[in-house]
Design a protein around this ligand. Structure first.
Ligand SMILES: [Zn+2]
Length: 200
């Protein structure tokens, strides 16, 4: 079945509707401050959304003859699985152990296996790069990387072609240089107990 490709505005709209994209003044997990906060899990809690995002990413990878989709856990698990389903490919993941991103659980790749790496959000590209390095060291051929959202405004280079369903250009700042802080606006750490309490 041929499905209509999701447009970037539609993707962002779905994030807004489910609270997966918040606008205001936030403390990111990196400690930096940002006027935008993304929590992909909130849009992906609806399996139909996850499936459609997965299909849209898969459409653009169809020509690559992908054998395996690999994702860094935890963020990439749901979307990677949906992309693999749409491509009829195998799905595996890497996870962190003692700081290193590794294949566990008996997962392995064959020499030259055609793999794409899929994440929910690319910010610095760090976990995608680490996953690519792990797979390449194991003998796989990493063809491309994909994400639902690219919040690096397309700037991140992971060493293989990269695509995303929507791109955000959102400045982040050190708390010391944060304009919103200078204006005296309180910063919220979404998902923390404090933020929960404030909401109730
Ligand atoms: Zn701030």
């Amino acid at each position: 079945m041929r499905v209509k490709s999701l447009q970037p505005e539609e993707v962002i709209q779905r994030f807004r509707k489910t609270g997966a994209l918040l606008e205001g003044h936030f403390v990111l997990s990196s400690g930096r401050h940002s006027p935008v906060y993304l929590q992909c899990a909130l849009v992906l809690q609806d399996p139909r959304e996850a499936e459609e995002f997965g299909r849209s990413i898969a459409e653009r990878l169809q020509t690559e003859n992908v054998q395996t989709v690999a994702s860094p856990a935890i963020g990439g698990l749901i979307i990677g699985h949906e992309v693999a389903r749409a491509l009829g490919a195998r799905f595996i993941w890497t996870e962190r152990q003692d700081g290193a991103m590794i294949l566990r659980r008996g997962f392995s790749v064959s020499p030259g296996e055609r793999v794409v790496v899929v994440e929910d959000v690319v910010t610095t590209g760090g976990s995608t790069r680490e996953t690519i390095a792990t797979l390449t060291a194991a003998g796989a051929q990493v063809l491309a990387a994909a994400s639902i959202i690219d919040r690096s405004a397309g700037r991140v280079d992971v060493g293989v072609p990269r695509m995303s369903l929507a791109t955000l250009d959102v400045p982040t700042a050190n708390p010391a240089d944060c304009e919103l802080c200078l204006r005296g606006e309180p910063a919220i750490k979404p998902g923390s107990r404090k933020a929960e309490a404030r909401r109730q």
